[in-house]
Design a protein around this ligand. Structure first.
Ligand code: SF4
Ligand code: SF4
Length: 399
């Protein structure tokens, strides 16, 4: 194979085709930068757009290309470019084109501020093949910029969104429910329903149970984030605003995902794929940056991490007695966002129950009739009967 070409041709006997192709990675997340042109009040990651030290430490263009190439050799079909705001990187277009030429679909998470006519033309000519995801922080300049704390970001973001619409580039919008914008939910939903066909009639996704700083780097910011979180009752009100749809969804969900996890730390897919951070550190998921869980790609490879490092990590058991007493025996585990990453962000450990998430899960479970007013989920013995009762309809009607 020529050194610079994107595609290699190999002669493989038909019968051996699938034996030879050992596919171990279907999608890769890459955080192209932690820097962002916004400074959102609830953000768990952002560094200032002009943070020279962060910029200097970021992976070079060629290093990212090498990672993308290796990902493809491992079977990867799709890359998610995230940040900060990934469009802030000066080489964004080059990296995007490189990924697309490799045959990868590219998903982009952005605030849309940096979507220019040039970029819209590129996405029109060479579509990402995955919907771009744009978070909208407000329908009015006052609310939008109260969240982003950057003058002019409202106009820039809406100009970016309008460019996507005018060029028919498929994207979806998401919301972040904050005190500054929560009165505008109906307006956002009505606008999205009327203007964004790629939502396919699906309800908008919102973040509202905000994560603390995923690098545990700012205690003051963490107190601010905590103050912005919806109470469990407010969160439930949002989730169940279309009650029949919510109940239908929860019945499907509960029939598939409710179980007690036992003492294994990981019951999710973390480490089966992963996220490369802006500096070349491979994490089992976007938020999990505990030093025990991360792998330096500058000293190794995606393959080694996926075959040797992450599988060992996934074998780890929880040690914290409080976790073993509660979460390990809790049938709401599927409903609750408690996981090693959340424990890391809140407590700096992998296995400490997060009280806020516990209250959020209990609020929902009480509404669904899965637990009584004063019951704790981990003390329920006949939980399978309760799930069956809820799924079949008898439990909720009895309440
Ligand atoms: S736009 Fe996204 S990454 Fe940037 S500050 Fe806001 S929440 Fe953080
Ligand atoms: S609901 Fe509470 S006990 Fe159950 S998994 Fe979540 S944090 Fe743990």
């Amino acid at each position: 194979m020529h050194e610079e070409s994107y595609v290699s041709t190999q002669v493989i006997g038909k019968a051996n085709l699938f034996k030879k192709a050992k596919l171990i990675l279907s999608r890769l997340d890459i955080e192209l930068t932690e820097r962002c042109n916004n400074s959102c009040i609830h953000c768990c990651i952002n560094l200032p757009f002009d943070d020279a030290d962060a910029k200097k430490r970021e992976l070079a263009t060629e290093e990212i290309k090498k990672i993308l190439k290796e990902a493809v050799s491992l079977g990867c079909l799709s890359a998610r470019f995230t940040g900060g705001d990934p469009l802030l990187r000066e080489d964004f277009q080059e990296l995007y084109l490189f990924a697309r030429r490799l045959g990868l679909k590219v998903m982009i998470f952005t605030n849309a501020v940096l979507i220019t006519p040039d970029l819209a033309a590129l996405f029109t000519l060479i579509p990402p093949l995955e919907k771009i995801e744009v978070t909208v922080y407000g329908m009015k300049k006052s609310s939008y910029e109260a969240v982003t704390r950057v003058a002019g970001s409202y106009e820039a973001a809406w100009q970016g969104i309008n460019l996507l619409l005018e060029n028919k580039i498929s994207f979806v919008v998401k919301g972040a429910l904050l005190p500054q914008n929560k009165k505008e939910v109906e307006e956002l939903e009505a606008w999205a329903a009327a203007n964004v066909p790629w939502l396919d009639g699906n309800p908008l996704a919102y973040s509202m149970f905000f994560d603390l700083r995923c690098r545990r780097d700012d205690a003051v910011k963490n107190r601010l984030i905590e103050s912005l979180r919806l109470s469990p009752a407010e969160g439930l009100e949002v989730l169940s605003r279309r009650k029949e749809d919510y109940l239908k969804l929860m019945k499907e969900f509960c029939s598939k995902f409710m179980r007690t996890p036992g003492d294994k730390l990981f019951s999710c897919g973390a480490g089966c794929g992963g996220c490369v951070d802006a500096y070349g550190v491979f994490q089992p998921c976007m938020m999990l940056r505990h030093p025990d869980c991360v792998y330096d790609l500058k000293k190794g490879s995606l393959k080694d991490a996926l075959e040797n490092f992450f599988p060992k990590l996934r074998q780890r058991n929880a040690q914290n007695p409080e976790y073993l007493k509660r979460c390990a025996r809790c049938f709401l585990h599927g409903l609750c966002e408690q996981c090693p990453a959340k424990s890391w962000m809140e407590h700096g450990t992998l296995d400490t129950p997060v009280e806020y998430l516990c209250r959020v899960a209990h609020e929902q479970a009480r509404f669904l009739g899965l637990i009584g007013k004063t019951e704790n989920s981990w003390e329920v013995n006949g939980w399978k009967d309760r799930i069956n009762g809820f799924v079949e309809g008898s439990l909720y009607k009895r309440r």
